[in-house]
Write a protein that binds this ligand. Structure first.
Ligand code: ZN
Ligand code: ZN
Length: 111
């Protein structure tokens, strides 16, 4: 996998970490994590709902403050499957969770 920079910290490559069945990119500085949709799809409890949320794209999107580490396009900040679950996300690649947003993943995986 090519080295990916943290979307939030300039010039900070992320590190591969293994979490259960997923390999994620984590920023050693801010501890935020990048989740590829295809990685997430393997671990969510409801793959159909997850696929639907990906297909819908960000709900009530606003311009995000970070760039997708894969395509380097600006990400949108919006709800993922739920308007209250706002995260930075790239429609084609995945989503970014700041360290303090990691708990959102439980919501995501439980919904
Ligand atoms: Zn960072
Ligand atoms: Zn992207």
């Amino acid at each position: 996998m090519a080295e990916r920079d943290c979307p939030k910290c300039p010039f900070s490559p992320m590190e591969d970490i293994v979490a259960g069945e997923m390999t994620l990119d984590e920023c050693p500085k801010c501890k935020g994590r990048w989740y590829d949709f295809d990685e997430l799809a393997k671990v969510v409890t409801d793959p159909a709902a997850f696929t639907a949320a990906v297909a819908k794209g960000p709900l009530r999107p606003r311009q995000g403050t970070a760039k997708c580490p894969v395509c380097l396009e600006d990400m949108m900040n919006g709800g993922f499957g739920n308007e209250l679950l706002r995260v930075d996300q790239c429609a084609g690649h995945g989503l970014w969770l700041d360290a303090n947003e990691l708990r959102l993943l439980n919501t995501l995986m439980a919904s």
